[in-house]
Every structure is written in C-alpha cells, then in structure tokens.
Design a protein. Structure first.
Length: 145
C-alpha cells in the first residue's frame, strides 16, 4: 500500500546554511539569485532568514559571525545544493558577475537513467559556484525532473 500524506514526506522545504557575513549572504541570494525574503527573526549576531527560491522551497540563512571558514578540502554530509534554472549559463554569469568563484563551468551531460518507465537518457546542464561562505551551489537545468 502506498504511503499517505499522513505518514510520508510530501516535498522538500529548505536547506540551511551558516553565514559569517549575514548581510553579504542575504544580498547574494536575493540580488544575484533572485530569491524573496519570506520570514526573518533574531537579533544581530543571531539572525535567521528564510528566502523563497521561487517555488515554495527555501534557503535558510543563519548568522554565524564567529564560525571559522570551511576548508575547501572538507566535504560534509551535504555535498552541495542545487537550484533549478531554465538557463544554467545565465545563472552562472550572474553569479560570476557578482564575484563568485566557478567550481565547475557550465556543461551538458547525458545521464544514462536506470529508473524503469522513464527516459533512458536525460540530458542535464549544470554549473557549480562557491557561495559567499564557501557553500557549493549547483545550477541545474533539464526537462525531465
């Protein structure tokens, strides 16, 4: 029997990131990536904001001014987060124009899909940048998902 909404997850809500420079991070995600503030709380030094990515999913930014930078050689449990876009190259250009470092340049990859009943090959176009606090952000473009 398939799960009901009462006993399963029903969608993705948010990813949370820690920001040493809260205002810079908020500016980046709102001005460069076009997210919209929906909720904010806390006092200076402990502020939090929820930014709508455009489809009811959120990036939540926690102000952590004393947090040390994450070394670029360290991978945590979350490798990156991906933002859906209709134009990966344009999203990458906006980010690099704002001073972001390119982690992986725009490229199109044919994914050999193994999920039965779906297309055998799914072309995707991706690019990765480093966000204001070293977080890896992927721009993801495709027609299938």
């Amino acid at each position: 029997m398939p799960p009901t909404t009462a006993n399963r997850t029903v969608g993705f809500h948010h990813v949370a990131i820690a920001a040493r420079d809260f205002d810079r991070s908020v500016r980046f995600y709102t001005t460069v990536l076009g997210m919209t503030p929906k909720m904010a709380w806390g006092e200076v030094g402990k502020r939090v904001i929820m930014l709508d990515t455009g489809d009811g999913n959120y990036v939540e930014i926690f102000e952590r001014p004393n947090q040390p930078p994450v070394p670029s050689s360290v991978e945590g449990a979350i490798l990156h987060f991906a933002l859906r876009t209709p134009d990966t190259a344009a999203a990458l250009k906006r980010a690099t124009d704002a001073g972001c470092e390119v982690h992986i340049a725009t490229k199109t990859i044919p994914i050999k899909n193994t999920v039965r009943g779906t297309p055998d090959v799914v072309p995707i176009t991706i690019a990765f940048i480093k966000g204001p606090d070293g977080e890896l952000v992927e721009f993801f473009q495709n027609e299938h998902t």
